[in-house]
Design a protein around this ligand. Structure first.
Ligand SMILES: O=C1O[C@H](COP(=O)(O)O)[C@@H](O)[C@H](O)[C@H]1O
Length: 249
């Protein structure tokens, strides 16, 4: 395990998202104290959305008007579709705190300008990110949240796909996701690595094998989560069941 990678283990998923939510608030407050604003990347999935619900209960001293919200991946579905990660994030938190609408940066909708073309949607999102970075790159996010599937996928980067092999572009379209819906838009591993902090929120026995593979040298093409690292730190936040195959130390 490299120096910037650490593991936190919690009793269950509820404890995990409670602790992660408190740390998320702390990171945003610290970024705002340092430069007046914060930039975070949200994820979908049980724990990613569970964390947002916990933040809603305990929002701390965050100035919500000065947070930029981006998404790590999106199911390329019509605006308002309940399976969109962004819709779930709104229900869990964003509709309940005083965000600045111009600082919400959802990925394009499946029924909008780019309908039927997740690749074009990915190019558009990449331009949006570059515009916010003020360069050809993308912002250095304060934290990028990630869930992980049982086969090791993060964002919409599935094992042995072009998307997980992408070495240059920060955002790509996916047309053959093994987990429905088939069409998605996702930050790539180079995109994830622009974040200062990457946090993987993983719970459940069905994920234990992929967790231990990712932390013991699996190739990202086989276990995409293995390639998800932050420029400053990477934290695996696990419940006991997901951590079951890791050595006690
Ligand atoms: O499809 C997706 O799945 C992952 C993992 O979800 P989980 O419920 O197994 O934690 C999620 O992080 C990603 O954003 C989403 O599009």
């Amino acid at each position: 395990m490299s120096d910037n990678v650490s593991v936190q283990t919690y009793g269950d998923s509820e404890e995990l998202v409670t602790a992660a939510a408190a740390q998320f608030v702390d990171v945003i407050v610290a970024a705002q104290a340092e430069r007046g604003e914060a930039a975070v990347v949200l994820t979908g999935g049980g724990n990613g959305i569970g964390l947002l619900r916990k933040v809603r209960e305990n929002p701390g001293a965050v100035d919500w008007s000065k947070v930029d919200f981006y998404w790590g991946d999106e199911r390329f579905l019509p605006r308002g579709h309940p399976d969109r990660n962004e819709v779930q994030a709104h229900e869990a938190l964003l509709d309940h705190v005083p965000v600045t609408p111009a600082r919400l940066h959802p990925m394009p909708y499946g029924d909008g300008l780019y309908a039927g073309d997740p690749d074009a949607a990915a190019v558009a999102y990449s331009h949006l990110l570059s515009a916010h970075a003020g360069s050809n790159s993308i912002p250095e996010f304060d934290v990028h949240l990630l869930g992980m599937g049982g086969e090791g996928h993060v964002n919409s980067l599935f094992p042995d796909t072009d998307a997980v092999r992408e070495g240059k572009r920060f955002v790509v379209g996916v047309t053959d996701s093994p987990k429905p819906p088939a069409q998605r838009v996702t930050l790539t591993l180079p995109g994830v690595r622009r974040a200062k902090r990457v946090w993987l929120l993983v719970a459940g026995a069905d994920k234990a094998e992929a967790v231990s593979a990712a932390l013991t040298g699996a190739r990202p093409v086989d276990i995409p989560a293995a390639g998800a690292v932050g420029s400053e730190s990477t934290i695996w936040m696990l419940d006991k069941a997901a951590a079951a195959n890791l050595p006690a130390s």
